[in-house]
Each structure stands twice: as C-alpha cells, then as structure tokens.
Design a protein around this ligand. Structure first.
Ligand SMILES: [Zn+2]
Ligand SMILES: [Zn+2]
Length: 229
C-alpha cells in the first residue's frame, strides 16, 4: 500500500514531502537576499550603484575578492543559526549549507571554483566547550556538494580571542590581529567558510594570513551577512 510520507519544514513547520529539502519552497524563497551586494564583501551597495568594491572594503584593506552569502542575517536565519551553533542543531546547519551550496553552484562557472575550503578555525578550547566548530560542518557539506578539498588543517587559531559580539569594530580588529597561522604551501585559490559575517574583522585577519602565506585568490562563503550593528 502506498502511503504519503511527510516531514515538516524546519522554519514554518508546514508538512512537506519527506523527499524534499527540510526547508519548504516558500521559506527558501522568503530567506532575505542582500540587495545589490558588493561583490567582494557581500554588504549592500547603495541602490543603483555598480562597483567592484565598496567603501568598507577599501577602508579595511579587504583581501577577499569574492563573497557569496546565502542571505541577509535576519531574524529567521538568526534563529536557525543560533540553534545550529549553540544547541548543536546539525539539521538546521545541514539544510542551510545545502542552500548555500546551491547558490554557489549558480554563482560560479565550475572552472572558477576554488581548490580548497578552509573553515574559520575555532581555538581548540572553544571547540571543546561547544563540542564542534559550526564552520567545519558547513565546509564539509560544501566540500561534498561542490567536490572541493576540505582543508581545515591549513589554518589554525593561535589564541583564544574574546567573543567578537561584545566588542566594537576597533576592538574586534585588535582582538583578532595575528590570531591565525597558516600552513604553506597553500593552494592558489581558497574559499574561507563561516556561519555569520558581521564586521568582517575575523575574516580579514584570516585572509591576510592566507595571502601572506601565498594564496593568490581568497573567496568568502557564508550563511549570513550583515553590517555591524
Ligand atoms: Zn517553511
Ligand atoms: Zn565591499
């Protein structure tokens, strides 16, 4: 006997076919995309402005040359990411990562894809506290879906930095300066993977480290992107 197997959307809890992704189509469409994103850092450029980089990239000496963010970090995404990060909600992380993989596939010609994926490293002490590194989980899904080498050992966090959320922009930059070390030889083109990027100070410090280590092209892939509040 045939029976209809249903699952529920992890956002709206509507019943969906068990074979479809765990985020229903209307919730996928409702994830807020970033209007007119700067190609290098992913923040919104003013409406109608086409530019290779924004003022933020210039002032930060931003070494990332391309950014793909799944969506704007709004309340819906924030709740999913919080669950993923602090309650080990691996289902949420997995499905958001799948959507990010799809967006990257649409954004790149296959020959343009980076050769390696480096998740933003956590200090070992924080990894133990949390039980996992959320960026590793995202990077693994992307590596599998895009067929790119997962390379978490190419970069390491030397210091346990203070949580960035409590600091202003200047303090964030000081906090992460020199926090990373990378292992040469590095691939020519690398994608850094993170869950949520706000001021970009952590990414900038890691990108500087990778560029100094010989990476020529550094891209950034993340679930959520928003300006510092
Ligand atoms: Zn839904
Ligand atoms: Zn920018």
């Amino acid at each position: 006997m045939l029976s209809l197997q249903v699952s529920v959307c992890i956002i709206c809890k509507a019943a969906i076919d068990i074979h479809s992704p765990d985020i229903c189509v209307s919730c996928q469409n409702a994830l807020a995309t970033i209007p007119n994103p700067c190609p290098r850092c992913g923040l919104s450029l003013p409406q109608g402005v086409m530019a290779e980089k924004c003022g933020n990239c210039r002032t930060m000496n931003w070494r990332v040359e391309r950014c793909v963010a799944l969506c704007c970090y709004d309340r819906t995404v924030s709740l999913l990411v919080q669950k993923f990060k602090y309650a080990a909600g691996l289902t949420e992380g997995y499905h958001l990562s799948q959507l990010l993989a799809r967006k990257i596939t649409h954004a790149y010609h296959p020959t343009e894809l980076p050769q390696a994926i480096i998740p933003v490293p956590l200090h070992w002490r924080r990894s133990i506290e949390r039980g996992f590194n959320q960026s590793n989980e995202i990077a693994r899904v992307l590596s599998h879906r895009l067929n790119i080498t997962y390379a978490p050992r190419l970069a390491k966090r030397l210091r346990a930095t203070s949580p960035q959320a409590q600091l202003n922009i200047q303090a964030r930059r000081r906090n992460v300066k020199g926090a990373f070390v990378c292992r040469a030889p590095l691939p020519h083109k690398i994608a850094i993977v993170d869950d949520v990027v706000t001021t970009g100070s952590t990414i900038s410090a890691l990108a500087n480290c990778l560029a100094n280590g010989g990476a020529q092209h550094i891209h950034l892939w993340c679930l959520g992107r928003r300006d510092a509040v």
